[in-house]
Write a protein that binds this ligand. Sequence first.
Ligand SMILES: NC(=O)c1ccc[n+]([C@@H]2O[C@H](COP(=O)([O-])OP(=O)(O)OC[C@H]3O[C@@H](n4cnc5c(N)ncnc54)[C@H](OP(=O)(O)O)[C@@H]3O)[C@@H](O)[C@H]2O)c1
Length: 296
Amino acid sequence: MANYVVGGATGRVGSVVAAELLARHQAVTAIVRNEERGLEWARRGADVSVGSLDDRAFVARAVHGAAGFFTLLPENVAPDDFHGTRRRMADAIASGVQDGGVPHVVMLSAIAASLPDGNGPAKDLHYCERQLATHAKQVTLLRACYFQDNVSAAIPSAVHGGVYPNFLASADAPIPMTATGDIGRFAANALLNPPQRTETIDVLGPPYTIRQVAEALGRVLGKDLEVVDIPAARQSDTLVEAGIPRPIADAVAEMFAAFNAGLIKPQGDRCLVGATTIEEVIRRYVPSGMTVMPAW
Ligand SMILES: NC(=O)c1ccc[n+]([C@@H]2O[C@H](COP(=O)([O-])OP(=O)(O)OC[C@H]3O[C@@H](n4cnc5c(N)ncnc54)[C@H](OP(=O)(O)O)[C@@H]3O)[C@@H](O)[C@H]2O)c1
């Protein structure tokens, strides 16, 4: 039986990739960072490989003999050297893939990675894409649009302040938003059906405005939410106030600036469109008992 190695198996997209492959009776090796995080995958029938994606030798060992490898470039890295850490991890992943000789790699990337620079966290994804294109035999680059799951970051301000922050140029302009579950299922499909040649696929979803997302969240919480526009000059500070380290906040603000300037557009060879709705995603993040009761 072919074996598929899944990086980020405890994360939002990677967990769906691994679960989908197991549901289709495939052999899966889940990469986790410590043994405890692997127990659930072992219980579900996967092999577990404990190590870090920034370790070239570990990546090579983990993917050796596998039919395919799903990877991402995690964002939860040391903030002091955010881009440097991620570039070194991209180097380790690409070199490890080459050393391990795996025939096909599916990488979770972003639409914003079509730009080499000035796009915040996505410039490291662009770099990782290039490294994999150079070192891997065959690569499927899944460039995802804005995650519907980003709504989860707004839940605390919605619950406690009745506010939904908007970082886009207009809260009333629809943009495609994709669910991480749909991306995971597309990634599993790509692993099981490797392309004839390296390709870049834009992963889109239903179009929503930020105001529609806020209204949908408000309906689930049982309260009206005020959409508050965060101007470019305040975006990094606002993210820092929400607990995000400054270097990452600066990078995210840079990405919104590029997006709001119209610089970020789908440029892949083809696109896939997920069907999951924002209401379904919100229900996953807001337990039913969390409805906010009226104040009277
Ligand atoms: N948010 C968006 O709108 C958007 C849009 C397009 C693309 N993206 C991209 O999507 C990716 C994030 O995907 P996600 O939401 O599925 O990720 P996630 O839920 O944050 O999960 C990250 C995964 O990576 C693992 N990980 C972290 N550091 C690791 C290391 N050194 N070695 C091995 N594993 C490590 C984590 O393990 P632990 O559980 O141990 O931490 C976790 O399993 C990012 O690259 C981001 O740029 C995001």
